[in-house]
Design a protein around this ligand. Structure first.
Ligand code: NAP
Ligand code: G4F
Length: 352
């Protein structure tokens, strides 16, 4: 007998995680609906090129809808129309540094956007049908105080972004407890891939490496090279996100690798992929990275990219996800750097 295909709705489908998740769910035979914002350029759907299906194809598996999570009427309508089995809420103003420049906008999208979707589930009486995943973040913890951060660690958000996400985390829990909704938070530590947004540090570095490898010139301007993150591979984390909604009950989970490395470490391994040994001189916003052979300056730390209140270190303990969901990240830090650089080198096209 034919099993009924599951219906998923993804907000933030044009982003790193949304595009990888859409691909993953289609391979699992889901029917996938995604929300994309109206944009003046068609480029915003570039990450979806490999799975895009034309509007006029009958019985498609992948549908895109224009919408914005900060618009409650849209959220009510789309939930009423699609009636998804699983709603993956990934849409966000996801850049920490930009959240200092646009704090109200960040709160409106990240906090109220989440509430709009939860309300839409309730208003459409989908409490028993729709499972809800909220993309919470390790940024909610603020700088590491003990050995690691897990589901029991107190939160101490240090940016408008982190604070906006803390609202989304708690409102998800409130709706779970008040309305018996299957609503879970994933507290995800940094995860990267070739599809990472170009202004996040790993993608900024790996794109520079490909350019430098070709032109043999240029300087990469960065902020704090000493800050440390628990960096994993996005494809591993997408499996974790899916597993969170397949669990028998709604709960919150940390997804992390358990190891943290500095931006400086990332630079070291990334330059090594193109056979450059980089050495560092100076401190803080006077620090520079130099090619040990040619003595060319490759990297400069400048105040412009420093944040008003830097989260200095994050390390997650993923024991609960391992035990309850049987989830473990496969790709380790060095392999991640290599994978990102190689993909960047492969896709590099010089300007004419
Ligand atoms: P991303 O690449 O920045 O993608 C964000 C997505 O949200 C994009 O599709 C974006 O659309 C969409 N979006 C932004 N504002 C919207 C709005 N008002 N209405 C509808 N859609 C909107 O982020 P990501 O790295 O994939 O992360 C996915 C989610 O996980 C985010 O919520 C992020 O905060 C959270 N998170 C990420 C990490 C990580 O390391 N990647 C870790 C922890 C938590 P456009 O393409 O039009 O901009
Ligand atoms: O790549 P980042 O901008 O990522 P950040 O701030 O850790 O946030 C990412 O991970 C969070 C999970 O922990 C997500 F919730 C969030 O949505 C996002 O995906 O910066 C990483 C580190 C920071 O310490 C930053 O100060 O790199 C440092 N850094 C140094 N120079 C830089 C730069 N970051 C950026 N973006 N650009 C630089 O030039």
């Amino acid at each position: 007998m034919n099993k009924k295909r599951k219906l998923a709705l993804i907000t933030g489908v044009t982003g790193q995680d949304g595009s990888i998740l859409a691909d993953f769910l289609l391979k699992k035979n889901y029917i996938v609906h995604g929300v994309k914002r109206r944009s003046s350029s068609l480029n915003s759907t570039v990450r979806l090129d490999r799975i895009y299906q034309d509007k006029f194809i009958k019985n498609k598996s992948f549908y895109l809808h224009y919408g914005d999570v900060s618009d409650p009427s849209f959220c009510n309508r789309i939930l009423g129309e699609v009636k998804p089995d699983e709603l993956y809420h990934l849409a966000a103003q996801s850049h920490v540094a930009i959240s200092y420049e646009l704090p109200l906008y960040t709160a409106s999208v990240n906090s109220l956007g989440t509430l709009n979707l939860l309300e839409a589930i309730r208003i459409n009486n989908l409490n028993k049908k729709t499972k809800f995943y909220n993309a919470a973040t390790s940024e909610m913890y603020g700088s590491l105080k003990g050995k690691y951060q897990n589901e029991l660690t107190p939160f101490h958000p240090q940016s408008p972004y982190a604070t906006s996400k803390l609202f989304s985390f708690w409102i998800t829990k409130n709706y779970r407890d008040s309305y018996n909704l299957f609503a879970s938070n994933g507290i995800l530590f940094n995860h990267e891939s070739f599809s990472r947004g170009e202004t996040f540090v790993t993608k900024k570095i790996t794109m520079f490496i490909a350019k430098y490898n070709h032109y043999k010139k240029g300087v990469l301007y960065l902020g704090n090279l000493s800050s440390k993150r628990d960096w994993g591979f996005a494809d591993d984390y997408i499996i974790g996100i899916w597993k969170i909604l397949q669990h028998s009950k709604p709960e919150d989970f940390v997804l992390s690798t358990g190891k943290s490395y500095s931006v400086r470490d990332f630079l070291k391994y990334a330059f090594a992929c193109i056979n450059i040994k980089i050495i560092f001189k100076g401190k803080k916003d006077k620090e520079i990275g130099i090619d040990s052979k040619t003595k060319k300056v490759l990297v400069k730390s400048i105040p412009y990219y420093y944040r008003p209140n830097e989260v200095t270190n994050l390390i997650g303990n993923n024991r609960k996800a391992k035990k309850v969901l049987n989830w473990t990240p496969k790709i380790k830090f060095k392999a991640l750097v290599k994978l990102m650089v190689n993909e960047e080198l492969k896709n590099f096209t010089p300007k004419k």
